[in-house]
Write a protein that binds this ligand. Structure first.
Ligand code: IMP
Length: 426
């Protein structure tokens, strides 16, 4: 198998960074295809924690290609800061960074608009975004007034496109009492960013296809999770891109036939940051216990994550949405202390049973639980399925049965080594 897509299968923060980092050791090329610095990948290597928001999680392995695909929205200031950090640790030259000339750029007015909307939602809902300008950047893309990375290499193009976008947004920003970013100053700053990034800017579609055609192993790294997908998630409490595996096709520029396997990453329980429905949420002591045991605080915004039980109805749906062949179950160790573990196998809406994700009434969906026995054993040292207690194995089998996909990776701790490889993906 030479092309694998890894996608989040809940509301993000499933531990994709670690999984991608592991697979990256066997891959030749890692490609991000959507989202921007709303994502945060926490990687723990040799006891040292690194958090990246934009750069693919393959960068901690020397000699790989790390591609930022055209479906992304890129804040060049943040990207340069991350490249600078890689440089300081001597990893930049071997990181093989390539940035799509077609990826859209997060501009200062996107940051202003994201804040304005979240502070005074007006006609829109308060989503609890990461305030990184992601939504407004995608809106400008679809509105055909977006600045692309390639535009940062030409003053004429940048000025033209940006002038149009500012003209469009200025009345609204001014009406809300905020300063509209200055055209000349922004052009100057962003041309400077363009100069610094120019050596990495390429047509990544050609590059990715050349990798695939020469039999190199390519890994597509999703950000966020399927329940935040703009089409399939808990709309309107979603991000602005397609986070399902199909997003890799549009965002990287490959057809569905190019992807051999899809790995959906599921945390052994569920978390969510930001607003929006979350039927299995535990707001009391149990939620707090999961938050502390799992260190559930956002790696991008530091916000405490909402915590709750595993939702098998949602898991089944997202495995279908991404045609996932394989599963990575992360943070299984976090449940080790519990006598009983709840899993949601259906919902009730207005007293009536529902066994699929309800469209509008998701916030009213009450979970129907099945209780599975806990294992009450420290599993952090397990390195094969056989080393897991029977009840932990039964928990994994339950997830396989309900989703129809195979568990290929189990993570039992934050370190690279704390992993059970059931089946190689490459
Ligand atoms: P945005 O992507 O910043 O526009 O935020 C939209 C929603 O997606 C908010 O609920 C965010 O908390 C959530 N979100 C965005 N990125 C991530 C992520 O990487 N992990 C978890 N939640 C995310």
């Amino acid at each position: 198998m030479s092309v694998v897509a890894v996608v989040g299968a809940q509301w993000g923060d499933e531990g994709k960074g670690k999984v991608v980092d592991l697979l990256a050791s066997r891959a030749d090329c890692v490609v991000r295809f959507q989202g921007g610095n709303n994502a945060g990948h926490t990687l723990v290597v040799d006891g040292k924690k690194s958090i990246f928001h934009l750069i693919p999680s393959g960068v901690l392995h020397a000699g790989k290609r790390n591609v930022l695909g055209q479906g992304m929205v890129i804040d060049p200031r943040v990207l340069l800061e991350e490249l600078g950090r890689l440089d300081e640790t001597g990893r930049l030259e071997s990181a093989g960074i390539a940035i799509s000339d077609r990826a859209h750029v997060i501009m200062p007015h996107h940051l202003v608009l994201d804040r304005l909307r979240e502070q005074t939602p007006g006609g829109s809902v308060k989503v609890g975004t990461t305030l990184r300008g992601i939504g407004p950047a995608y809106e400008d893309k679809v509105g055909r007034r977006g600045v692309r990375i390639g535009d940062l290499l030409s003053e004429e193009r940048l000025r033209n496109v940006l002038a149009g976008a500012l003209e469009y947004h200025a009345p609204h920003i001014a009406q809300k009492g905020h300063a509209v970013p200055d055209l000349d100053e922004t052009v100057r700053d962003y041309l400077d960013f363009g100069k610094k990034l120019e050596r990495y800017v390429v047509d990544t579609v050609e590059l990715i296809h050349a990798e695939i055609e020469t039999g190199r192993k390519v890994l597509f790294e999703g950000a966020q999770g399927a329940l935040l997908d703009v089409d399939h998630g808990t709309y309107p409490f979603v991000t602005s891109s397609n986070t399902v595996a199909g997003g890799a096709c549009a965002g990287a520029g490959v057809g569905p036939r190019s992807i051999d396997r899809v790995l959906a990453v599921l945390k052994a329980y569920t978390t969510r940051v930001g607003e929006g429905p979350f039927p299995t949420e535990e707001t009391g002591e149990m939620g707090e216990r999961m938050r502390q045991a799992g260190g559930e605080f956002g790696s991008t915004t530091g916000r405490p994550r909402r915590c709750g039980w595993f939702d098998a109805v949602a898991a089944k749906r997202v495995v279908r949405l991404s045609s996932a062949s394989d599963l990575a179950i992360t943070k299984l160790d976090v449940l080790s202390d519990l006598d009983e573990i709840r899993v949601c196998t259906g919902y009730r809406v207005d007293g009536k049973p529902v066994d699929a994700l309800p469209y509008a009434a998701f916030e009213k969906a009450e979970p129907v639980y099945q209780n599975l026995p806990g294992w009450k054993t420290d599993i952090r040292k397990a390195r094969s399925i056989d080393e897991l207690p029977e009840n932990a194995k039964a928990y994994l089998r339950f997830i396989e049965d309900v989703t129809g996909a195979k568990v290929s990776i189990v993570s039992v701790g934050p370190e690279r080594e704390a992993t059970i490889h059931v089946q190689e993906l490459f």
